[in-house]
Design a protein around this ligand. Structure first.
Ligand code: BDP
Length: 706
């Protein structure tokens, strides 16, 4: 080798190692905690001047996160400093020496166990920023908030922020099976590798905890509500305990879904009757065992007497009998029972009334540590539902509000649908909801796909859930903007355009799937695509025809006093907005009323014309999303730009599928034509009806059979 070439080669080799960092493919793994170098040089300069050292006396999870976040964002290592110097970030709990002498106790009193304070201070002519709280967990939340300010390029001058969560329980519910399949999961298999736990602790478990803590989520139910009794066997408890250990420093408690028949399935008892002393004893011992594995275990989540799951009614007992028995077993350990109100068994009544009928009379009968978990609407996570009538109707029972992040009824992980507006619609429905809930539960949309959620934009629904559980008053626009800036870029052209897409996406989806209050008209069992014609299920209320009731006179489910009278389950204030067909908002019309095809809508169109208008607008709007995305895609990495483009293309085709299938079918009742001059369906109704969707239940395999 010629002299002189060697150093160049070394340089080249070193360079090659670093290049991938620069051009690294963006795979979405980092979610909204990307911590990339601040792109705006002026801002970077000012942040660098303001943040010179970290002054702390404990190397906690919070300080480590802060340090690694700053390293990425500021492109340099921020040193720990033993003394308070100019430009210090002071981190610690209120009682730690670096904070105690600042005498901030008064400001911290209101913040409870989880709130935090971030404040600019000047002490002995030295400027600094304090991040503190009453607990380590609060400090961690404060650190994540501070990092969010930097990631979204906010000013960090004159900070005076206090924040504490509105709701104490902020829990993700995983519908993950022990086989690693995920019920209604569209992002791969379960992230919990039950085969290699407890010995192998995947980095994903830590990142999962970090990401959740960054949005204030403080609990996780590891397994499916359709629970395998095996989760309570020592082998699985050991695995759950290993996860709990990883999550603990991030303030996340583990909960488990339990099967009500566990005493029979794994306890060798002959019954699971909640009033049987042997059954009660079994659960007490089981709870003791669980707490030996997981000392800060959160509690049990139970789906009972719903969709074939066992429950107290199998023994002629009530939901309260069942829940109270488990509550007694958990009470000595400070655990809670979260008992789901999603009941769905065959009844001659309107399906929408069942949960209220079974649960409302039990108000006041539950033990103190029982929370009743209610889905946002009375049917089942549809694109639009009115809020559940149990909200406001159980004043003596703490209620958890359950949202579905996984898009079972909203296009799986294929359609771009930002769910914050859907969540807000329920949260903002008034005091019945806001005054009675103690927490939010979100059915997780997470799997082992590299980007966690399948669709790059599905991550935003996880983010929105956490942000709203912490602070339900936050607007959808703010949440979208924060998420875009952290997940993609701060470029305003991109932020503005993508925010518009996100904020309208849910309404667009309602338009092309279930406009004007239609609901539950999707494919049988797999729940993908349109099948309003379906009437073959053995139970009436499994059939879409049950829900839309289209006939030659009109369409919609009469739930007023002339029909099922589900409306009577609501308080008068809520009732009045829907009761009268003349004043009922168009968006709810067919949920509450069976309206004639020629009914005059508030827009001036007839019902049939409005239905067509909505379906056509839905499709046009997806095309608008495609075009808008094309104008801004170059602001971000080509990988995610292309993924979103491909998914939007599928969404467009499927919006057309929904529109054409539904309008052709409903047209057989209205006998009215599609709008003149409008794009005509490419196929006949018969073609759509014959399409088969293959789906292997319990797996994540889906696809349309051509
Ligand atoms: C329905 C899902 C079903 C769940 C059920 C539930 O289709 O897979 O088990 O909700 O919430 O929407 O228990």
């Amino acid at each position: 080798m010629k002299q002189g070439l060697f150093p160049i080669l070394i340089l080249f080799t070193i360079g090659a190692f670093f290049i991938p960092d620069v051009v690294r493919a963006e795979d979405g793994y980092r979610l909204w905690l990307r911590y990339d170098l601040i792109g705006n040089p002026r801002l970077l300069q000012s942040y660098r001047k303001t943040i010179l050292s970290i002054h702390t006396d404990s190397l906690s999870t919070a300080t480590k996160e802060l340090r690694s976040g700053l390293q990425g964002l500021l492109g340099k290592t921020i040193p720990y400093a033993a003394d308070l110097s100019d430009g210090a970030l002071l981190i610690g709990t209120a009682s730690s020496p670096v904070i105690a002498h600042l005498h901030l106790e008064k400001n911290l009193q209101q913040l409870g166990d989880e709130g935090f304070l971030i404040r600019s201070i000047t002490l002995n002519n030295k400027h600094g920023i304090v991040i503190t709280a009453n607990t380590d967990k609060g400090v961690l939340y404060g650190v994540f908030h501070f990092l969010r300010l930097l990631q979204t390029q906010q000013s960090i001058e004159n900070l005076a922020i206090t924040s504490s969560p509105a709701l104490p329980y902020r829990i993700l519910d995983h519908w993950d099976n022990l086989s690693r399949t995920v019920e209604r999961g569209y992002a791969g298999f379960s992230i919990w590798n039950w085969f290699t736990l407890p010995g192998y602790l995947d980095q994903r478990y830590t990142d999962y905890a970090r990401v959740n803590a960054s949005i204030g989520i403080n609990g996780t139910v590891l397994n499916n509500v359709n629970a395998s009794p095996l989760i309570l066997t020592p082998a699985f408890l050991e695995k759950a305990a290993a996860l709990a250990k990883v999550f603990r420093p991030y303030g996340i408690k583990v909960y488990l879904s339990v099967n009500f028949s566990s005493p029979i399935a794994i306890g060798n008892l002959k019954t699971a009757d909640p009033l049987d002393p042997a059954v009660q004893e079994w659960w007490k011992k089981k709870a003791e065992e669980v707490y030996k594995y997981i000392p800060d275990f959160g509690g049990f989540l139970v789906k009972a007497n719903s969709e074939g799951q066992p429950g107290p009614q199998n023994y002629g007992r009530t939901h309260a009998d069942g829940a109270n028995m488990l509550a007694d077993a958990l009470a000595p350990h400070k655990g809670i029972v979260i008992w789901r109100a999603f009941v769905y068994s065959e009844t001659p009544e309107d399906r929408a009334k069942q949960a209220y009928n079974e649960f409302q009379p039990l108000d006041g009968k539950f033990k103190k540590n029982v929370w009743v978990q209610v889905k946002n609407g009375p049917i089942d996570f549809q694109p639009r539902e009115p809020f559940h009538p149990l909200f406001g109707a159980m004043p003596r029972t703490p209620l958890m509000l359950e949202f579905q992040l996984t898009q079972e009824y909203l296009g799986f992980s294929t359609h771009l649908v930002f769910l914050a507006p859907l969540f807000k619609e329920c949260l903002d429905a008034g005091s019945p909801v806001s005054s009675t809930i103690t927490g939010l539960a979100g059915v997780a949309n997470i799997g082992d796909d590299r980007n966690w959620c399948g669709h790059p934009f599905a991550q935003a629904n996880w983010y929105a859930f956490g942000r709203l559980a912490w602070s339900p008053n936050t607007s959808s626009a703010q949440i979208a903007e924060e998420w875009i800036r952290q997940t993609f870029t701060n470029s305003s052209a991109f932020v503005d355009t993508v925010k518009k897409i996100m904020l309208t996406s849910r309404e667009i989806t309602v338009d092309y799937m279930t406009p004007l209050g239609l609901h539950h008209i999707m494919g049988y069992s797999h729940h993908y695509g349109p099948a309003p014609w379906y009437d073959k299920a053995s139970r009436a209320d499994w059939n879409p025809v049950y829900f839309h009731k289209a006939d030659s006179a009109g369409i919609g489910f009469d739930r007023t006093s002339t029909g099922s009278n589900a409306l009577e389950q609501y308080a008068p204030e809520a009732r009045t907005q829907w009761e009268d067909i003349k004043t009922c908002p168009d968006s709810w019309l067919l949920w509450w009323h069976h309206a004639p095809w020629s009914w005059q809508m508030h827009t001036g169109r007839t019902l049939w014309d409005e239905l067509c208008h909505k379906y056509y607008t839905g499709v046009d709007s997806v095309r608008w999303m495609q075009k808008s995305w094309a104008t801004v895609k170059d602001y971000i990495d080509p990988e995610r730009a292309q993924q979103v483009k491909m998914l939007l293309d599928i969404q467009e085709q499927e919006a057309v599928w929904w529109r054409d299938a539904c309008l052709l079918y409903f047209g057989t009742f209205s006998r009215m034509p599609l709008p003149t001059g409008a794009e005509q369906p490419a196929h006949t109704l018969d073609y759509y009806e014959k399409q088969k969707f293959y789906y292997a239940p319990g797996t994540t395999t889906t696809g349309l059979e051509k």
